[in-house]
Design a protein around this ligand. Structure first.
Ligand code: ATP
Length: 290
């Protein structure tokens, strides 16, 4: 096999809680993550030279060792003594620096794809464990589906998918640095989301319960720095989304919408004053090794 294609799906956080700051400097988190049907396409092609090359038409995607997909390939090459080269072409669809784990998902897809291209025979659990050293969201992205992520985000507990609905995503032009948002988070005065309640609602297929228990402790930090995010939230509610939240460290805002007709209203309403707007479905299934 000389060429492998992988889909790298975006995630949203239905809830994101920070429990405390650890002695190692990381934040202990508890997040409910789920994949949505918005994806980059990753093509992996064997090279005749021993090198890792990144190709992408998106000018915000680094083409060197800063790219998380590059780091995924480097990790496998070093760990398993692979002497072959690979060209990684990233067809970028997920907005960059948006709170949708685009880079992490590219890294995860590269791990899954190279496992096939180089016949490494690793399980998803092994790939997820390796991925944790690249970034906190990579482990979840290796599996996809829906999960509670704890620790730095690398301890994954799979849960069923939320009730099916539309997800309208809207990203303002700004990009947000996750590290800066965490730096500006004041742990003493945060309102913690009720993770137990949202997980219960997901398990009971209670769409209203999911909507009522969305929560993200990073939201106020990003809203204070970028008031335009609040404007998008208000617009989404006004146009009829059932529930609205910022994903990850932002600035992307997502709205859950149960009815098709209202999805069109929310999408068209946002399209007028936001450059990147998508209407996608929640993705229920987890990734599998083929
Ligand atoms: P998260 O939700 O995990 O915090 P994010 O969606 O906010 O991630 P990314 O899209 O992953 O953020 O990009 C953050 C930064 O990572 C970018 O500014 C970019 O320089 C760098 N980066 C590295 N690899 C990639 C990649 N494959 N795609 C996009 N950005 C990448």
């Amino acid at each position: 096999m000389f060429r492998v294609l992988e889909k790298a799906s975006a995630k949203i956080n239905l809830s994101l809680d920070v429990l405390y700051k650890r002695d190692d400097g990381y934040h202990e988190v508890e997040m409910v993550m789920t994949t949505v049907d918005l994806a980059d396409r990753i093509e992996l092609v064997e090279l005749s030279v021993d090198d890792i090359r990144i190709a992408s038409r998106n000018r915000y995607v680094p083409d060197d060792q800063r790219n998380l997909a590059y780091q995924a390939a480097r990790l496998l090459k070093d760990k398993f003594g692979i002497k072959k080269g690979v060209r990684i072409t990233i067809d970028k669809v997920i907005p960059v620096a948006a709170g949708l784990a685009g880079g992490s998902s590219d890294a995860a897809a590269t791990l899954r794809g190279l496992n096939r291209l180089w016949n490494l025979g690793l399980t998803l659990d092994e790939l997820a464990e390796l991925g944790a050293s690249i970034g906190s969201d990579v482990s979840f992205c290796v599996y996809g589906g829906t999960a509670i992520a704890r620790g730095r985000g690398e301890k994954i507990e799979h849960i069923p998918s939320p009730p099916s609905c539309w997800v309208v995503l809207a990203k303002p032009v700004i990009g947000v640095s996750t590290a800066d948002v965490y730096k500006n988070l004041v742990l003493d005065n945060i309102e913690h989301p009720n993770t137990t309640a949202i997980v219960k609602a997901i398990r009971e297929e209670d769409f209203e319960g999911v909507c009522n228990n969305l929560g993200n402790v990073l939201e106020t930090v990003t809203l204070n720095a970028h008031p335009e995010v609040l404007v998008i939230k208000e617009q989404m509610k006004k146009f009829g989304a059932d529930a609205v939240l910022m994903s990850g460290s932002g600035p992307t805002v997502f709205g859950l919408v149960s009815h098709d007709s209202r999805m069109h209203r929310v999408y068209n309403g946002l399209k007028g004053f936001c450059d990147q707007v998508f209407a996608v479905r929640l993705l229920g299934e987890r990734n599998e090794l083929d």
